[in-house]
Design a binder for this molecule. Sequence first.
Ligand code: NAD
Length: 498
Amino acid sequence: MEYVSHWINGQDLESSRTLPVTNPATGATIRQVAEGDATTVQAAIEAAKAAFPAWRDTPPAKRAQVMYRFKALLERDAERLVQLISEEHGKTVEDAMGELKRGIENVEYACGVPELLKGEYSHNVGPSIDAFSNFQPLGVVAGITPFNFPAMVPLWMYPMAIACGNAFILKPSEKDPSAAVAVAKLLEEAGLPQGIMSVVQGGRETVEALLDAPDVKAISFVGSTPIAETIYRRGAESGKRVQALGGAKNHAIVLPDADIDNAANTLMGAAFGSAGERCMAISVAVCVGDDTADRLIEAMTPKIAALKIGPGTDKGLDMGALVTAQHRDKVLGYIEKGIQEGADLVADGRDLVVPGHEDGFFVGGCLFDRVTPQMTIYAEEIFGPVLCVVRVSSLDEAIDLTNAHEYGNGTCLFTRDGEAARRFTDAIEVGMVGINVPLPVPVASHSFGGWKRSLFGDLHAYGPDAVRFYTRRKAVSQRWPSSFETAKAEFNFPSGGQ
Ligand code: NAD
């Protein structure tokens, strides 16, 4: 059976303990991944520390050249990489290509690092005194990533961290670890010095070793909210800079004036693409007025029945399997709970059978109507192909409902009314907002992050915030007096103009 190693200092490294990796479309164990521990993490840290000083001192323009080559290699190997993603994650190859392309956007943005690292300068702030600020790398930094974007989420992190002059250690999800290593290895081919990028595999033990290591200066985490919160607290307690992105329950609000066909079509992709395993997936459709809800459900029900579902590596499908048997059972448990709590299951995907893939972890599209805020399926993140319709009577009620939810990752308003859209955009307590755009994932030049319990920390992921997250500002005041000036002892606190 194939083995997925750690990748440390340019070497594949094995561990005595392993974890199984399954193909969700068949249910078969296809690989074993190394399970790291504190020793593995220490090896990666030592390699990173040794390589860091020379990389820090490499001019940003030279670091950018590595990123240019990395981008070309990612494009060269895209077909191979999307196969790996689909095989271990279950998503369709077309969807995997989309994720890879969005990941590559971040590499392109990192190519601009000489411009992004430009400091600030003020001439003559005092007698013969000039002031400047510059941005210096932190040292060894780490990223811990979820299963649902095995290529893209790591690419949110390390291209910018490395371009800024840091050394990076990635801990990908143990559920689909192969793509992350395959992508990271391309950096070496792109000319990155060994030790600047390492991948350590495993689960909780590996993560805790990274969190507790004094030499790791910052942690970027993306995953579920309970783990994000723990990571944030533990990392901050040990003096690290931490950004921890968590779960979501993204509401799409549909106003009576919306183009229902357009809303239904785009909601299909936003709710059921990647089998709902996206942190920006729409999982709640808040319909203003019963008529709006009836029209939306009428438009969506036949589309849900017509979803093309099968092994993600086959071309032309809409949806693949869920990532693991355990996750499928969790999603099925939520559907059962929704029925018990009185929601109306108008599209039921539980009995889906994919011929030839009877052991795959498939669940078809599900649509619940008459969901109330008290129900578990409304309150909790399901992370599966389940859309809940909540009926409300006004835009204000929809805004209040969305704002009262513990999560605030993404949201969308469907309308033709500019005034309503503007009011919504101002009042909604959510980090990423779409107007007739149900998956408002910011492009690489705008940072990504939710509000409330969808993000712990101050700075968002990628984009301009990533430059700030992976660097420290240094403010320098320098005086070069002319030869006829002699400095006098000053006992008062220096103030503007001196
Ligand atoms: P997860 O929280 O189970 O795992 C994320 C990472 O944490 C993995 O690398 C995992 O190995 C590690 N981990 C798991 N348990 C741990 C523990 N007890 N201690 C330390 N580390 C631990 O998340 P997942 O199931 O891989 O991913 C799905 C979740 O990620 C969803 O909640 C989704 O909303 C969220 N997500 C959020 C964003 C975002 O940008 N906000 C993006 C993608 C996914």
